[in-house]
Design a protein around this ligand. Structure first.
Ligand code: AN0
Ligand code: CP
Length: 317
């Protein structure tokens, strides 16, 4: 595996889930793969889970992990090509990336959507420069349009908790005071469309996801109808794709509470975290025994470890 952005990068889903179960059961069994290998994790944006779970996954594999916070610890990096660098950024990605590549075997990059230009974001301009100029395998740790480590962990969590062979999974938009990226819902939709689940997306009009991610998923604009009989509720805020980066609604009736959960099939509640309580979800729901947000976050180590393991195996050949 040379890149990890899309569900297609993981290949056969059943095989990936079986490998995840194996890695979870025996996390230290592949330490030989990471011996004398280094991963560099680059963060252009904040993180709690991704930076800790990626480091833990690397350690489980016997790898060294180096973390760089671009906006705190290093030179600020220019990302646009062809600009006169007379601003506040003393170094260009074009040099920084091959330099980083020369110090490591695998690179992970977190670089959120910037919301200035949809084409710049949806072309994954920054991540693609890492892929092109580093010469190393690259993992998206949430880039402009995708968060595949999260979606893979979500799929593992659904697999572990499902009671029916083909559960009903509902992705619901929920209100939030700030404009958030579409990366998490994009990847969740992409992975659920590929998995063996009955997948429904619900959101107010204007929050349609990009077609390449929404695929053929059923979209239901009535949240209560979407929730009927659901086995898993996956809440997330995102800003508009069509009116790019805009907040079109702050309707608090979309906050996931007991009213909506009561029409489900005693559904589990999921969220990638960080979550704003009583905006996205009520205390009552997130504190209930059906909330699986903590095991979901714990599975971030497992998904990251499967991805890194496959990349290390690729380096052996
Ligand atoms: C980010 C987002 O919505 O993409 C990260 C989620 C993993 N969330 C916030 O910025 C609050
Ligand atoms: N879910 C997730 O990626 O969390 P962080 O932003 O804390 O890494």
């Amino acid at each position: 595996m040379r890149t990890f952005l899309h569900v297609s990068d993981i290949g056969d889903i059943e095989k990936a889930l079986a490998e995840a179960a194996e890695v979870k059961k025996n996390p230290f069994a592949w330490q030989h793969l990471g011996r004398n290998k280094t991963i560099i994790l680059i963060f252009f944006n904040s993180s709690l889970r991704t930076r800790l779970s990626s480091q833990k996954a690397a350690m489980n594999l016997g790898m060294n992990a180096i973390v760089l916070n671009v906006n705190g610890d290093s030179w600020k990096l220019e990302t646009e090509m062809g600009v006169v660098m007379d601003g506040d950024k003393p170094e260009h990605l074009r040099e920084a990336i091959p330099v980083i590549g020369s110090y490591c075997d695998i690179i992970g990059v977190r670089s959120f959507a910037q919301f200035e230009n949809r084409e710049f974001d949806y072309n994954e301009t920054i991540l693609n420069q890492f892929i092109r100029y580093s010469g190393k395998p690259v993992i998206s740790l949430e880039s402009a349009t995708v968060h595949p480590c999260q979606a893979f962990a979500d799929l593992i969590t659904i697999e572990e908790h499902k009671a029916a062979p083909r559960p009903k999974v509902v992705l619901t938009w929920a209100p939030h005071p700030r404009a958030l990226p579409q990366a998490v819902p994009n990847s969740f939709a992409e992975w659920m469309n590929a998995a063996d689940v009955d997948f429904v997306i619900t959101h107010p009009k204007g929050y349609e996801l990009a077609p390449q991610f929404a695929g053929n998923a059923r979209v239901e604009y009535d949240q209560m109808r979407a929730f009927e009989g659901a086995d898993f509720i996956y809440a997330k805020n995102w800003s508009s794709y069509t009116e790019y980066g805009k907040i079109l609604s702050t309707d608090r009736s979309w906050t996931v509470g007991k009213r909506q959960m009561d029409v489900t099939n005693n559904a589990y509640f999921m969220h990638c975290l960080p979550v704003r309580r009583n905006m996205i979800v009520t205390d009552e729901v997130i504190d209930s025994p059906r909330s699986i947000v903590i095991p979901e976050a714990a599975n971030r180590v497992v998904s990251a470890q499967v991805v890194m393991k496959r990349m290390l195996e690729g380096l052996q050949n």
